[in-house]
Structure formats: structure tokens, C-alpha cells
Design a protein around this ligand. Structure first.
Ligand code: KG4
Ligand code: ZN
Length: 364
């Protein structure tokens, strides 16, 4: 659908995006160029990691308060850096869920208030849709593609067929991948968030020392299960008692090696299911914080090369939570005429594929 020509010469659309669903407050402005490609004008982010670190995980009340304190300043900074006034925007997008409800309310209310006060269109964005569409901003990927989303809250394989058209092919039956990394880190006394710490230790360790399980391997479905692997690490920790630095490094390396085997096997199963339901994908697209892991990135690159499939791994800062992905999803929706009403209510749970069965962890 053709977009209305607005803003600077040759520019079709400019949208502000707000992200507040977890522990990052972010505000970004993205513009749509006439060639159909997006361009990030500015991407401001404030991480709350330090405020949660003492508790070993995200504390919802602390997160909500920190979002309230940060968001106005971030929006002001984003507009100033971009040299843009609110009146120059075509729309304001805010993540409407899924996520921690207190945080979602902060971003959503800010977005609605700005849109209402300045007469702009408002777009409530599904945070998972924003992750799913990022590869179109960074690499112009065409539909349909297979998305592997792995973050602290989600582990899913999704057929992305169009804006708002998603089929969940696989999901985790228990822990999310990032959550498993974080829990293993905690067991080993490594600081939150544990993913990067486990990766750094794994680089020093022996992946063959501990024979850890590979749950779901070779199952015909494309689902994940990570709690058994996490428990196996816990049992090894209990057996060892006092952990030496070699023990920690070897446990991390063995855990990461098991994760890689599971991930590749499940992605292979997901690809088969994708072919059955929608033919050949244009690419395998990877998103979510765990996609920052270099060993996992290398394994996915190898897998895709063997499968003759294009793989798209956005830069790590666009794999983790950010405002640009929300702004871009706003553009994708706005150019199809899909603005939201001011009555949009925050959603703690908001599956991308509303038809997919709910799994018991409620994270699907
Ligand atoms: O997507 P994200 O920034 O936030 C959400 O959960 O939505 O993902 C954060 C997750 C955390 O669990 C973190 O430990 C994990 O991604 N993570 C990693 C790495 N960097 C971040 N996991 C493994 N290796 C990494 N290098
Ligand atoms: Zn996320």
C-alpha cells in the first residue's frame, strides 16, 4: 500500500518507537525511505541491569519505576539527536506487550499521551512482532521467512508470512533459552544477566567434560525443553560441591555445547515444518538476546550454509530489546493503514500466533 509522502524531501514516513516491556527503556526514530527501506535516525537506550543485578533477575516494581524516571528524558534526547520535532513525526509506536505489565503501561501511556497531545497516529506494537520484523529493517528480508526467536522470556520458531500473519511452529515447553543461561549462571555464582558470562566462561572450558542431556533431540515436532538440561547442570554442581574455576568453565562449555546441539536440531525440525506449511522460506532470521552468543551464531551460520539457506543475524544491539524495532514495526503497520485506537489496553501476555495452543509456562 502506498504511503503518503511527508517530512523531508524523498522521505515517506518517520516514526518514534518506545520500548519498556522488560529492563531496557528505549526511544528511537526510524524513517522509511522511498526505496522501501528503513533507516535508524537515532536509537536511545537506558539499561536497568545495575538496578536489578543485586536481586539476580528483573524485579517488576523496580523496572516500572525506572521506566517512569527514564522515558521522558530518552524521548527528548532522541528528538534532539535526530533534530526532529514531534510535529514532524507521522506516528508514535509503543510496545503494548507482552511483558511486565507495569513497564508496558509506562511506554504505552507515554506514547498515547504524546500522540493525543500532538494529533499523531498511535500504534501499539507486539514486542515479539517487533523482534520478528527487525530483519526487514536491517536486511530487507522478504516474506515468508523462518524466525528463531530466543530471549530471556521466549524461545520460539515462527513462520513469518506477512505483517500480522504469524504461525508458531515450535515453542519451549518450560524455560526460555535466555532464562536457562541466566539460571545456570546463578548456580555457578556468575552475575546477572548470565548469558554473556556463561559464554565467556564457556570459551575457556572443555565442552566434553560433562555429558549433559540434549532434550527433545530428533523429535518430529519443533518444540524445545530446557529444564532437564538445567537440572542436569544443577546435579553436577551438587556432586562437585566446592567449584574450582576449571569446573565453572567446563560446566559452562558443556552446557553451551548441549544448547547448540538442541538449537540446531530444533531449527532443522522447524525448517521441515515450515516447508510443509508454506514452502521454501526466503531466509532463516534470528532474533532475541541469546542471538548475541558468538558460538550460537557460528553454529547457525554453519547450519544455514549446509541447508542452502540465507541466514540473517541482525547486529547484537538490534537482537536485544531496543526502540528501533518498535519504530520499524510502527512503520510496517502504518503503511498498511493499521494504526491503533487510544483504547488499546496493555497486554502482559500477547502471543504472535493467537491460534497456537497455550503451553503451561504461559510464555508462548
Ligand atoms: O532479548 P533480550 O535482550 O531481552 C528479553 O528477554 O526480551 O534477551 C535477554 C536474554 C538474557 O536471558 C541474557 O542472558 C541472554 O539474552 N543473553 C545471552 C547472551 N547475551 C544475552 N545468552 C547467551 N549468550 C549471550 N552472549
Ligand atoms: Zn525482547
Amino acid at each position: 500500500m502506498a504511503a503518503k509522502a511527508v517530512g523531508c524531501a524523498g522521505e515517506l514516513m518517520r516514526v518514534l518507537g518506545l520500548e519498556t516491556t522488560c529492563d531496557e527503556t528505549a526511544a528511537a526514530i526510524v524513517r522509511l525511505n522511498p526505496n522501501g527501506r528503513g533507516e535508524i535516525i537515532c536509537d536511545e537506550i537506558m539499561s536497568q541491569i545495575k538496578e536489578h543485578a543485586a536481586y539476580g533477575g528483573v524485579v517488576p516494581e523496580i523496572a516500572a519505576r525506572a521506566h517512569v524516571e527514564a522515558i521522558d528524558g530518552l524521548v527528548r534526547r532522541a528528538l534532539a539527536k535526530a533534530g526532529v520535532k514531534i510535529r514532524d513525526l507521522d506516528g508514535i509506536a509503543a510496545a503494548g506487550g507482552p511483558g511486565l505489565i507495569g513497564g508496558v503501561m509506562v511506554g504505552l501511556t507515554t506514547g498515547k499521551a504524546l500522540a493525543l497531545a500532538c494529533g499523531k497516529r498511535f500504534i501499539a506494537i507486539n514486542h515479539l512482532e517487533a523482534h520478528a520484523l527487525t530483519a526487514r529493517l536491517t536486511d530487507g528480508v522478504d516474506f515468508p521467512y523462518l524466525l528463531l526467536l530466543m530471549s530471556g522470556g521466549h524461545t520460539q520458531l515462527i513462520a513469518v508470512k506477512g505483517v500480522g500473519n504469524y504461525e508458531r511452529i515450535g515453542t519451549t515447553l518450560d524455560d526460555a533459552l535466555g532464562e536457562a543461561f541466566d539460571k545456570v549462571a546463578k548456580m555457578l555464582g556468575l552475575a546477572y544477566p548470565g548469558g554473556p558470562k556463561v559464554e565467556a566462561q564457556a570459551n575457556l572450558g572443555d565442552p566434553l567434560r560433562f555429558d549433559l542431556p540434549r532434550p527433545m533431540l530428533r523429535r518430529p515436532n519443533a518444540d524445545f525443553s530446557l529444564s532437564g538440561l538445567k537440572t542436569a547442570v544443577r546435579l553436577e554442581v551438587e556432586k562437585l560441591g566446592q567449584l574450582s574455576s576449571d569446573d565453572i568453565a567446563d560446566l559452562c562449555a558443556s552446557f553451551q555445547a548441549a544448547v547448540v546441539d538442541v538449537l540446531i536440531d530444533r531449527t532443522r525440525a522447524g525448517l521441515r515444518r515450515f516447508h510443509d506449511s508454506c514452502g521454501a522460506p526466503t531466509a532463516l532470521v534470528v532474533a532475541g538476546g541469546v542471538a548475541a552468543n558468538m558460538t550460537i551464531r557460528r553454529a547457525l551460520n554453519r547450519f544455514a550454509a549446509e541447508a542452502g539457506l540465507r541466514v540473517v543475524l541482525p547486529p547484537p544491539e538490534l537482537c536485544t530489546d531496543n526502540g528501533a524495532m518498535i519504530a520499524w514495526a510502527g512503520i510496517e503497520r502504518l503503511r498498511l493503514g493499521l494504526a491503533s485506537g487510544m483504547d488499546f489496553a496493555p497486554r502482559a501476555r500477547w502471543p504472535l500466533d493467537e491460534n497456537a495452543a497455550r503451553v503451561h509456562n504461559g510464555k508462548a
